[in-house]
Design a protein around this ligand. Structure first.
Ligand code: NAD
Length: 281
C-alpha cells in the first residue's frame, strides 16, 4: 500500500514558517488579486487565497470586476498596480471571461510582481535556469512535496500528463533542471497507458476524473495527482483512481489534501519572496 504524500500537513508547516518570518518584517508583503466575473470555482479559490494571506499577516486586496469588464478597464487596473509601491504581488485569477485574452493581460503584469510566474520573462528565465522572479505555484509545489518525501528526482523517468502553460510545461522545466528524464504526454499522445507505465514519477494534470488507472502505473512508481474536477454536488475528484493505484504505487498524493494546499502555500511563499526582492531594489 502506497504511503500518502500529505500536502495538507506539509503546507501547514510551510505557512507557519512564513508567518513567523512575516512577524519580523516591518513592511508586510502585499498581494493584489484580480477576479473578473462570477465563476463560482474562481470565487472560492480567491476567498481561500485572501483568507490565507491575511492569516499570515500579509496585506491582501481583492478587486472584484464585473463579467463585462472592458479590455481598457482591466488594463488600467493592472498598470496602476504595477506602479503602486504598496503592491508586491499581482495575481490575475484565470480563466478570464471569453472576451478578454488571458495572455494579453499576463504580459502586462510587471514580471517583478508576477506572483504566478506566468509572464514570458519569468517562463523564459525558468527555461534558461536564470532566476525567474517567481515560479508557477502548482509545479513548484509538486517538486517541493516530492523533495519532502525524499523522492529521487535525478536520473528518474518522469512522465507528466498535461502540457498547459500553468502546470505541464513549467513542471517539465523544473524536473529537467533536477536532472529527471522528462516526457510530456497530452490529449493526442498515442498509447498513453504505455507511456505512463515508463514513469518512476507519474504526474497527472488533466482534470479528467479516473484517467489514471492501475494500467498506467508501474509497480512502486510515485504518483502525483494535480487534477481537479467536480461532480454536480461540488464534490472534488482527481485524475487518479486512488483506490486501485494506491495498491501499486510507492507514494501517492490524495485529492483533496495533496497538491491543492501545496499550491496555496507556494503562492504565499512567492508573495513573500517578491516582497523581499522588491524591497532590495
Ligand atoms: P488545461 O485544461 O489547460 O490542460 C489540461 C491538459 O490535459 C492539456 O494539456 C491536455 O492535452 C491534457 N489532456 C486532456 N485530456 C487528456 C487525455 N484524455 N489524455 C491525456 N491528456 C489529456 O488544465 P491545467 O490548467 O493544466 O490544469 C489541469 C488540471 O489540474 C485541472 O483539473 C485543474 O483544475 C488542475 N489544477 C489543479 C491545481 C491545484 O492546485 N491542485 C492547480 C492548477 C490546476
Amino acid at each position: 500500500m502506497a504511503q500518502i504524500m500529505d500536502g495538507k500537513a506539509y503546507s501547514k508547516e510551510i505557512l507557519t514558517q512564513i508567518k513567523s518570518r512575516v512577524e519580523n518584517l516591518e513592511n508586510k508583503p502585499s498581494i493584489a488579486v484580480i477576479l473578473v466575473g462570477d465563476d463560482p470555482a474562481s470565487k472560492i479559490y480567491v476567498k481561500n487565497k485572501e483568507k490565507t494571506a491575511r492569516e499570515l499577516g500579509f496585506v491582501s486586496k481583492t478587486f472584484y470586476l464585473k463579467e463585462n469588464t472592458s479590455v481598457n478597464e482591466l488594463k488600467d487596473l493592472i498598470l496602476n498596480l504595477n506602479l503602486d509601491e504598496d503592491t508586491d504581488a499581482i495575481l490575475l485569477q484565470l480563466p478570464l471571461p471569453k472576451h478578454l485574452v488571458s495572455q494579453d493581460f499576463i504580459e502586462l503584469i510587471d514580471p517583478k510582481k508576477d506572483v504566478d510566474g506566468f509572464h514570458p520573462i519569468n517562463c523564459g528565465r525558468l527555461l534558461t535556469n536564470s532566476n525567474p522572479y517567481a515560479i508557477s505555484c502548482t509545479p513548484k509545489g509538486v517538486v517541493k512535496l516530492l523533495k519532502k518525501y525524499n523522492v529521487e528526482i535525478s536520473g528518474s523517468n518522469a512522465v507528466i500528463i498535461g502540457r498547459s502553460n500553468m502546470v505541464g510545461k513549467p513542471l517539465a522545466q523544473l524536473l529537467l533542471a533536477q536532472n529527471a528524464t522528462v516526457t510530456v504526454a497530452h490529449s493526442k499522445t498515442k498509447n498513453l497507458a504505455q507511456t505512463a507505465r515508463e514513469a518512476d514519477i507519474l504526474i497527472s494534470a488533466t482534470g479528467i476524473k479516473g484517467l489514471v488507472t492501475k494500467n498506467f502505473v508501474k509497480e512502486n512508481a510515485v504518483v502525483v495527482d494535480v487534477g481537479i474536477s467536480r461532480d454536480e454536488s461540488g464534490k472534488i475528484f482527481g485524475d487518479v483512481d486512488f483506490e486501485e493505484v494506491s495498491k501499486i504505487a510507492s507514494l501517492i498524493t490524495p485529492v483533496p489534501g495533496g497538491i491543492g494546499p501545496m499550491t496555496i502555500a507556494m503562492l504565499m511563499e512567492n508573495t513573500l519572496e517578491l516582497s523581499l526582492k522588491n524591497a532590495k531594489f
